[in-house]
Write a protein that binds this ligand. Structure first.
Ligand code: PMT
Length: 401
């Protein structure tokens, strides 16, 4: 009864996946939660108030203008009485209205008025999920601390295939249980590096790479969501700061190493940043000029390897050091060698060839390489990669002496 005494306000919005919310109510209640439901008008086209009421053993809230609702339980109280607001399925429409702060029905009014955590399980057509508008709305909501559960890749009711399918009901229940567990990583201090580094050529030019920081920031957000004290050391990115992390902004590889060393000791370090291997040996102090003598000759120097440095045996070595490997060929073979050379515990290899869209994109396909495992993960969103990695970190510390 992992959810005994917890009150969940389940907001069911109108998508074909709404029928799964009936099973969700049953399973949340099996874990001990009290489930109170808000049904939007379009959700009521997919599931009946009667079945929702029967399964939740409570009345169903549908209409902000219903005098009875307001007399017995105002919308503010409805949102405050819960310990968690869970929107499942969450359509593109409700995510857009949540992002915009619109309160034009009972569901959105409760979501805007609440002072409690909010989790959403998106469900929509793949093109709607991949639309820039939805991506921007989700990024904004995630940055405000809304927890995302899924979606996953799969066949859709509309006959198409891709991301957008609501994650399975048991996975939603697991995420809710994890949310209430007080954080499976509470008490752990974890460093995460993210984004590119910028290596100065002169005061106005630099060498960089295509990392957006999406994967590293998602890892930091997932760890913070599980209660870890998360220090995110980030190169320059255009992303909002994830909720609940301490962010340290740096420019170059050397700055990033210094910030990592200063942030030690830590229980784990996860190097997701795309760190420049080389810098210009001596950056010009003034802007380089075209002086008719031909292009400048730039002499390179090797940057320190942060992952290798953090992996060195010693009393400050985090117990778990994890790297990512960006490869364009022989992904697994190269990553196996890289893990041994850098002496980290785990390495998550990903193909960053331009055709994969890994750099800057929202999806990633990972091979997790450890001393005794090579796990091929299916293509997932970067957020799902982060959650799966965070789950394995929980398991590691759960069994770590
Ligand atoms: O930021 P996104 O757009 O979301 O893209 C995500 C990503 C592709 C950047 C990410 O998933 C990824 O692969 N990160 C590792 C990038 C990288 O630098 O890979 P590498 O194979 O060159 O380095 C291996 C490991 O050594 C990495 O953990 C890296 O952080 C680390 N390293 C590398 C060089 C260096 N001087 N110091 C390091 O610590």
């Amino acid at each position: 009864m992992a959810l005994r005494g917890k009150r969940v306000l389940l907001i069911i919005t109108g998508g074909i996946a709404a029928y799964k919310s009936l099973d969700l109510i049953r399973r949340l209640r099996e874990k001990g939660a009290a489930v109170r439901c808000v049904l939007t008008p379009s959700a009521a086209e997919f599931v009946t108030p009667l079945s929702v009421s029967a399964l939740s053993e409570d009345r169903v809230y549908q209409d902000i203008f219903s005098l009875t609702d307001e007399a017995e339980m105002g919308h503010i109280q409805l949102s405050r009485d819960a310990d968690l607001l869970l929107v499942a399925p969450a359509t593109a429409d409700i995510l857009a209205r949540m992002a915009a702060g619109i309160a034009n029905d009972l569901a959105t009014t409760a979501l805007l008025a609440t002072d409690k955590p909010v989790m959403v399980a998106p469900a929509m057509n793949v093109w709607m999920w991949e639309h820039d508008a939805t991506k921007a709305n989700c990024a904004l909501l995630a940055a405000r601390g809304v927890g995302f559960i899924g979606p996953v890749q799969g066949d859709m009711a509309c006959g198409e295939y891709g991301f957008g399918r609501m994650i399975d009901v048991p996975d939603i229940v697991d995420a809710v249980v994890r949310h209430f567990s007080g954080g499976a990583l509470a008490g752990r201090r974890i460093l995460v590096t993210s984004g590119p580094t910028h290596e100065a050529i002169d005061p106005v030019r630099y060498i960089a790479n295509r990392s957006s920081g999406k994967q590293g920031h998602a890892v930091a957000a997932a760890l913070a969501g599980l209660g870890a004290e998360t220090i995110l050391i980030s190169g320059p990115t255009a992303l909002p700061d994830p909720t609940g992390v301490t962010i340290i902004r740096v420019e170059s590889a050397r700055d990033m190493l210094a910030a990592c060393e200063k942030a030690l000791p830590a229980d784990a370090a996860i190097c997701v940043a795309a760190v420049a291997d080389w810098r210009i040996k001596t950056a010009a102090t003034q802007k380089l000029k075209k002086n008719g003598g031909g292009p400048p000759v730039l002499e390179f120097a090797e940057n320190p390897d942060i992952l290798k440095t953090l992996s060195k045996p010693g009393n400050k070595r985090p117990r778990l050091v994890i790297g990512f490997a960006a490869e364009t060929e022989n992904v697994v073979e190269n990553a196996v060698v890289k893990r041994k050379t850098k002496k980290c515990d785990w390495l998550l290899a990903n193909d960053v060839s331009p055709a994969t869209g890994t750099f800057g994109g929202d999806a990633n396909t990972i091979h997790l390489i450890t001393a005794d495992r090579d796990e091929a993960w299916p293509t997932m969103t970067k957020q799902q990669v982060a959650e799966r990695l965070a789950g394995q970190i929980v398991d590691f510390f759960g069994t770590d002496a």
